[in-house]
Design a protein around this ligand. Structure first.
Ligand SMILES: Cc1ncc(COP(=O)(O)O)c(C=O)c1O
Length: 281
């Protein structure tokens, strides 16, 4: 695969999106981002389930999963390692917010090169900062991977230093919710905590997997309110998403963290799952 993305729009090659599409006009839609390894879309079923659930919550008719799978397979046939993005919008509508009575959703699948994240980030950890841009509270949208990402765009434009790998976002009440592209976890006295995402934030696929894995390892896991102070006093912190997997945090602001055994255990457990998905186990 070369440096540019390859697109399938409603099953056809190319990217000639209708300018009236509500995804473009209003961010009226959802997306999924997943890893492709040796032509396999990893954790495909989980991504599809989240997409379908999201469609139900937004009253967008969910595309047939078999059609999405077929189109995905068509795009990733030659891909050794890449990122597959699936976008579903409510389709075209007239001017104004009122949704069409009979929406005809748009499917836009695109395949992108694998980002050149160094393996060192997984092994030795990343440097993270707090962002100023707040996340708005909205339980109706909380958890969804919807197309309205302006808050994250503003947060991500707060820093340009290449050695800062992620920014943490707080809600208007000062609680830590997530990273600009990831979910966040921390260990305190051996127990695992992650911010609740019932008021805002994305309910990540890897976040859910980590919660399940941690419980299988008999760890106590809480989805809770997290203040910046609690995070700064944590024993270990790590970030998750479908592309980075698990990145330990070695520095948050001026605070340095150890790369602890608890995070290593979860990395090993996640690696096993990854290998099953990638067809190694
Ligand atoms: C804002 C945000 N939160 C969390 C995540 C993690 O989601 P997932 O684990 O499904 O990749 C992402 C992924 O891109 C994200 O953009």
């Amino acid at each position: 695969m070369t440096g540019s993305a390859d697109f399938l729009l409603n099953g056809k090659r190319g990217s000639g999106l209708d300018v009236h599409d509500r995804g473009l006009q209003y961010g009226d839609g959802l997306f999924e981002t997943l890893e492709v390894y040796q032509s396999r879309p990893l954790f495909w079923d989980l991504h599809l389930q989240r997409l379908t659930k999201g469609c139900h919550r937004l009253a967008i008719p969910a595309p047939d999963p078999l059609v999405l799978r077929q189109e995905g397979d068509q795009l990733i046939r030659q891909c050794t390692h890449g990122v597959l993005k699936l976008i579903v919008t409510r389709g075209c509508g007239g001017r104004g917010y009122r949704p069409p009575e009979k929406p005809e959703p748009t499917r836009l699948l695109s395949l992108h090169p694998w980002p050149d994240y160094s393996e060192q980030l997984t092994q030795n950890g990343v440097r993270v900062r707090f962002c100023q841009t707040p996340l708005g509270l909205n339980p109706q949208l909380a958890g969804l991977k919807h197309l309205n990402r302006l808050e994250h765009v503003l947060a991500r434009s707060e820093w340009w230093q290449a050695d800062i790998h992620e920014g943490l976002m707080l809600n208007g009440q000062g609680e830590v919710i997530e990273g600009t592209m990831s979910n966040v976890f921390y260990f305190s006295n051996g127990d695992l905590f992650t911010p609740a995402v019932d008021q805002c934030g994305v309910k990540g696929i890897v976040r859910d997997l980590i919660i399940t894995l941690a419980r299988q390892l008999s760890l106590s896991v809480s989805e809770t309110s997290v203040s910046p102070e609690r995070l700064l006093h944590a024993d270990e912190i790590f970030l998750t998403n479908s592309v980075i997997g698990i990145w330990p945090v070695r520095q948050l602001g001026d605070h340095r963290f150890i790369l602890g055994e608890n995070t290593r255990r979860l990395q090993a457990a996640y690696q096993q799952l990854w290998q099953q998905q990638a067809g190694y186990a």
